[in-house]
Design a protein around this ligand. Structure first.
Ligand code: UDP
Ligand code: MG
Length: 316
């Protein structure tokens, strides 16, 4: 096996002007060290994807591209969100690379494990998942919500690698397969395990964002979790059916019980119980309609089959 295959690092960027210079500095060192050890080819690149940033992110990427032969840039025509931006980068890189590693612009994912990713690749793995072994540096809130997220996913039957986000290596072959997953509601960490192939896991510690702030506020995290579940599992709909059936059964029992009470001469006084059940059932119904609606909305978006991103420019 030739030990100098082409590696592309793919990094989606949304309003990352505070981190780009430092990130580039550290990644350039890393790439050069890998190149000098002949672990990767000299034609390896760092590919930034500008996801319609509102700050000077793209300007900085253009400037970095001018001065540093390792740097490439893709400019999306508008903001399409982290997952789509990442996909745009992966699909661009796969035309040139033998292997691609995706990571965040803020270097929260320890770049020293890149060596291990590459090693595992040469050992014959098509996909290498970066898994966070500790979340010491995440806030309690982030830790708590993230853990809830993975637990919920597992409960809903979505096949995920626990504590793996979007820090992973993929071979050219697996990226070719990724292309065939045509969904608009993109949830890469759910799709990638579906591809199959031999894979491996590399553990690392997640750092703090060294500058700028998280682009995943609570609202986005919730919608991301909802997408993750409804794109991969129909369990929620099945649960609704079960709950609906149980409630119906209970109401029949209640009816029988009140008829019996009536003949025993007991008038039912319970105003409270009536009101409570009306609210409870009403709430459940609205929730159920909401979940069903979520799926219908997905079907609507998927049937349109619109492009998931539009590339305005590629700085090669
Ligand atoms: N990102 C993006 N488009 C968006 C939001 C985020 O390309 O609409 C990028 C962002 O620049 C970063 C990565 O996705 O490189 C992950 O975002 P962030 O670090 O803010 O998320 P967190 O680590 O807080 O979950
Ligand atoms: Mg981050």
């Amino acid at each position: 096996m030739s030990n100098s295959e082409k590696l592309y690092l793919v990094i989606p960027c949304y309003n990352e002007q505070e981190v780009l210079y430092e990130t580039t500095k550290r990644l350039t060192e890393k790439m050069n060290s890998l190149i000098s050890q002949q672990l990767i080819s000299e034609e390896s690149k760092i590919l930034y994807v500008n996801d319609g940033s509102k700050d000077s992110t793209w300007k900085i990427i253009e400037e970095l591209h001018e001065n540093n032969s390792l740097i490439q840039g893709v400019n999306l025509a508008r903001n399409r969100g982290h997952q789509n931006a990442l996909l745009a980068g992966l699909m661009t890189a796969k035309e040139y690379a033998d292997m691609v590693i995706s990571m965040d612009a803020d270097l929260q994912d320890d770049i020293n494990v890149v060596d291990e990713f590459v090693k595992k690749y040469y050992e014959g793995n098509d996909i290498v998942y970066g898994v966070r072994s500790a979340r010491k540096k995440d806030t309690f809130f982030k830790k708590f919500t993230a853990q809830g997220f993975y637990k919920l996913m597992l409960l809903m039957g979505v096949d995920l690698v626990y504590n793996h986000a979007d820090y992973r290596l993929m071979s050219k072959r697996s990226l070719d397969n990724l292309k065939d997953f045509r969904e608009v509601n993109l949830f890469l960490r759910g799709i990638v395990p579906q591809i199959g192939y031999q894979s491996a896991i590399v553990e690392y510690e997640r750092n703090e964002r060294f500058a700028g702030e998280s682009k995943y506020p609570l609202k986005k995290m919730l919608s991301f979790a909802m997408d993750g579940i409804t794109s991969f599992s129909v369990k929620p709909i099945r649960m609704i059916t079960t709950v609906g059936f149980l409630i119906f059964l209970a109401s029949i029992l209640m009816a029988i019980w009140s008829v019996i009470q009536h003949f025993r001469g007991v008038t039912i006084q319970g105003w409270t119980s009536t009101i409570v059940s009306i609210w409870a059932i009403g709430g459940l119904q609205i929730l159920a309609i909401g979940i069903v609606g979520e799926y219908i909305g997905k079907i609507y978006l998927e049937t349109k089959d619109r492009p998931r991103y539009i590339i305005e420019k590629y700085l090669k």
